[in-house]
Design a binder for this molecule. Structure first.
Ligand SMILES: Cc1ncc(COP(=O)(O)O)c(C=O)c1O
Length: 415
């Protein structure tokens, strides 16, 4: 596991040497803080794991698409996986060129297909026979040729949370593997299209390599069969899914992950595309939140009410996800158990099971760990709560990369 950028110096928690308490004081809370160094290390570690084999990482913008983060990934040499026209535009504004972009999405609107076709993105990952036809229509209208990769659904259980499992036969993603050959032949025959490759993404936060290997086998089988028929396939795109250890343990290493995929893909020689999201950014971020109340419920359980909730970090409410939580300042004294809950009018607005931690007081700031991925991007304005700011620590300094939304901005679109 890579070294963390978040470590204690005595009683205080730092991010790459920067005091998180200073950031909380200056920016207020809740606030997201990311470490550029941690993102760089995660990217380099994954890229190095595939070194020596033709590959490209297309960072999944859905995990965190704040412009400064996207720009950082571009500087590192990444491509992107965009899941909407919004993510495509962000990629372009971050300096990516169309050939850096693969465009995924289970329900692409006509305007989104049109934009991707006109731009000439590296690949549109097509999700159905109907979508292939629609891409071809747009392509003909513009007299260009779109590069298309077919997303297959291999009916493999990723073993992650049901909401993060996308490769089962009854899930909405991709086309059944039995239809893949026929559809790829059609793409290859269609003068408006070019078969760029095959795509699979069976889910996120996948804990073991077995399902990833089975999905890779299914994809490679189709790709090899096509090649045997004389149909050219440039790349196989294995999507994302590599898990992180939210409990702070060892988790799956990039070496283990790469070894598993390469054992199947390398003998074929197909160029390998990957769409990692979580593993690049999640461990690189914390959400800082201030304790606004401490009380006991009727059973005597201690509750710490904090100023961040499901509006800032949806994962616990949506998936029952676990995030480590620790106070920035380690006060002396024996540990107590606190259930950490958000401020919203929703019983589900809680960070889960009670945690043992050093004594905390109203006004203390807590760090919710591993919040750099699927955190800020999933935020909402529910209860009319403005979006929290985001801060990037880089080269021993910190700067605001997205400021806090104001109430006026919250209302700017309304009559
Ligand atoms: C198509 C696609 N690619 C890549 C990813 C990124 O996955 P992860 O963050 O698990 O690496 C996702 C997220 O679920 C996705 O839907």
């Amino acid at each position: 596991m890579q070294a963390s950028s978040f470590f204690r110096d005595g009683a205080v928690l730092l991010c790459d040497g920067v005091s998180l308490a200073d950031v909380a004081r200056a920016e207020g809370t809740p606030v997201y803080v990311y470490s550029a160094a941690a993102i760089e290390r995660a990217y380099a570690s994954l890229d190095a794991a595939f070194a020596g084999y033709p590959h490209r990482l297309h960072y999944a913008l859905k995990a965190n698409s704040t412009l400064a983060i996207a720009r950082l990934l571009r500087r590192l040499g990444s491509g992107v996986d965009a899941n909407s026209i919004g993510e495509i535009e962000i990629a372009l504004r971050a300096g990516f060129v169309p050939d850096d972009i693969v465009f995924t999405g289970v329900g692409k609107r006509p305007d989104e297909i049109e934009r991707a076709v006109v731009l000439g993105v590296h690949a549109i990952n097509a999700e159905s026979a109907g979508e292939i036809d629609r891409i071809a229509e747009h392509t003909r209208a513009h007299g260009v040729r779109a590069r298309v990769a077919l997303r297959i659904n291999p009916d493999v259980d990723a073993g992650s949370h049901p909401y993060m499992t996308t490769g089962l036969s009854n899930s909405k993603f991709g086309v059944p593997v039995e239809r893949a050959l026929m559809l790829c032949r059609e793409i290859a025959r269609n003068e408006a299209l070019q078969l760029a490759g095959l795509h699979v993404h069976i889910g996120s936060q996948i804990l073991t390599v077995e399902p990833l290997k089975r999905a890779a086998e299914a994809l490679v089988r189709v790709a090899c069969e096509l090649r045997n028929e004389g149909v050219q396939v440039e790349h196989v795109d294995m999507g994302g899914g590599l898990s992180i250890a939210y409990d702070g343990g060892a988790g799956m290493s990039t070496g283990e992950y790469a070894g598993a995929l390469l054992s199947i893909v390398a003998p074929t020689g197909f160029k390998l595309l990957l769409e990692p999201g979580r593993v690049i950014v999640a461990p690189a971020g914390v959400l800082l939140t201030r304790v606004v109340d401490i009380k006991s419920d009727a059973r005597g359980a201690r509750l710490a009410v904090v100023d961040a909730g499901m509006t800032e970090l949806l994962r616990p409410a949506l998936y029952g996800a676990y995030h480590r939580i620790e106070p920035l300042l380690h006060r002396p004294g024996s540990e107590d158990r606190y259930e950490i809950v958000g401020p919203l009018c929703e019983a589900g607005d809680t960070f889960g099971e009670p945690r043992s931690m050093p004594p905390i007081e109203v006004g203390d700031v807590l760090a919710i760990r591993d919040a750099g991925g699927y955190g800020a991007v999933m935020a909402s304005n529910y209860n009319r709560r403005p979006f929290a700011p985001e801060v990037l620590v880089e080269g021993g300094r910190w700067r605001t990369i997205r400021r806090r939304q104001t109430i006026d901005e919250l209302l700017a679109l309304e009559e």
